[in-house]
Design a protein around this ligand. Structure first.
Ligand code: ADP
Length: 405
């Protein structure tokens, strides 16, 4: 048995569970000790894949439920010699999407926390039920380990009231907890934390914008380490154009669809969350496929890309004004870390604002792994690519809290 105090990080979604066992003290570039995915839960064919530093194992039998999937995955880990019961686990860190106004920092999970999480389901009906299910299943299987919830919303609990509130009836807003919560907070926090070091400035003096561009996408404006605005809102549907989500649209579109297309609210929800964004306009949600379609001359793919970039620039511009002075813009997540074109086009023609991209650096011609600058030496606003690592950030927060217990 290894003595390393590992953390098991669990991200339980509606039809999948992703997890990693990692050393919270390890370098960000180090592969996790174990990683795994349980997918297609409840479908006719399931899939579990586990990977360790030296071995792999897969299973394709149907998976009836989340608890069956997790138990089977743990069993496979045991067969590979890395069973969670046999490891020196310091904590289990659970990614929880919505902490509402109740949870503004990570918390050790007990029955009271679970009942408060259940109370937040109306705010995140698509995400929190699966997160809670994951917590309950993991607690049942790993009773002896502290379980910690880390919230996607927590980093944005500092939003000023002017940024956090919507201009709707005050009583309605209060009664139904309607405000901007923001999401991807673990990633924005992790990435923005690295920027003062890259700039060689004290954290409290740094004004920055972080752009988390993955399948989901969000932007954040951060002053002295505290978030002052973000693009997602009450739900992760708001803001930037995403893989399958529309981002900001005129809310009147929803009434129009209900009245003119006779669509039910659940159908509109599915349309905007699952069949919009890049996928809605072009048919594909993955940027690599979108690029191929654009290169083949597909008009809708070209339009999807144009709308994506336009919306992204709109947020960057508004955050520059909100911050007043800007030191850095940072790209992260699947698209932000890998798409040379998105970074180039999002930052094009901004020389008058002191933003200049260096083409060779943007292409990463030196093959730098990890955080890197992509702006020119004379760019007064520095532009960076910083790989995110939400699992490591969750592992570190979970371990720190478990150690305090
Ligand atoms: P998630 O939001 O699911 O965590 P990721 O941050 O992993 O997403 O980002 C996934 C997206 O990143 C993919 O859908 C794809 O569009 C994009 N992506 C991944 N690799 C590349 C690449 N080499 N070039 C362009 N886009 C990429």
């Amino acid at each position: 048995m290894s003595d390393t105090p590992y953390v098991l990080v669990l991200n339980s979604g509606s039809s999948s569970i992703k997890f990693q066992v990692l050393d919270p003290a390890a370098d960000a570039a180090q592969d996790p000790f174990v990683s795994g995915i349980v997918e297609r839960i409840g479908e006719s064919s399931g899939h579990i894949a586990i990977k360790t530093e030296t071995s792999k194992m897969e299973d394709s039998r149907p998976i009836l439920s989340h608890s069956v999937g997790l138990e089977r995955a743990f069993g496979m880990m045991t067969l590979l010699g890395v069973g969670p019961q046999d490891l020196n686990l310091a904590a289990v860190g659970h990614r929880v999407v919505h902490g509402g106004a109740t949870f503004t920092e990570p918390v050790v999970i007990d029955d009271t926390v679970i009942s408060k999480l259940k109370g937040l389901i109306p705010l995140a009906p698509l995400h929190n039920p699966a997160n809670i299910d994951g917590i309950e299943n993991a607690r049942a299987l790993l009773e002896h380990v502290p379980h910690v919830a880390v919230f996607d919303t927590a980093f944005f609990s500092t939003l000023p009231e002017d940024a956090a509130n919507y201009a709707i009836d005050r009583e309605v807003a209060k009664k139904y907890d309607i405000r901007r919560y923001g999401f991807h907070g673990t990633s924005h926090h992790y990435v923005s934390d690295k920027v003062p070091g890259l700039l060689g400035k004290p954290a409290e003096d740094v004004n920055q914008i972080t752009l988390h561009l993955g399948n989901g996408a969000s932007a954040a404006a951060i002053r002295g380490g505290e978030a002052v605005d973000t693009s997602m809102g009450l739900t992760p549907l708001a803001g930037l154009v995403m893989g399958t989500r529309s981002g900001d649209i005129d809310p009147g579109i929803i009434f129009h669809l209900e009245r003119s297309a006779n669509m039910k609210v659940d159908e509109i929800d599915t349309l905007l969350n699952r069949n919009s964004g890049l996928k809605g306009v072009s048919g594909v949600n993955d940027f690599r496929e979108l690029k191929e379609l654009i290169e083949s001359g597909d008009e809708n793919a070209n339009l999807a890309y144009g709308v994506y970039i336009h919306q992204l620039r709109r947020f960057i511009g508004s955050y520059m004004l909100i911050l007043g002075r800007l030191d850095a813009i940072t790209f992260t997540a699947g698209v932000g870390e890998n798409s040379v074109n998105v970074r180039r086009d999002a930052m094009a023609n901004l020389e008058n604002f002191g933003i200049k991209i260096d083409e060779a650096r943007n292409n990463n011609e030196d093959g730098i792994e990890g955080a890197r600058e992509i702006s020119t030496d004379d760019s007064t606003v520095k532009v960076f690519v910083v790989p995110t690592n939400e699992e490591l950030a969750i592992a570190r927060q979970a371990k720190a809290l478990a150690d305090e217990e």
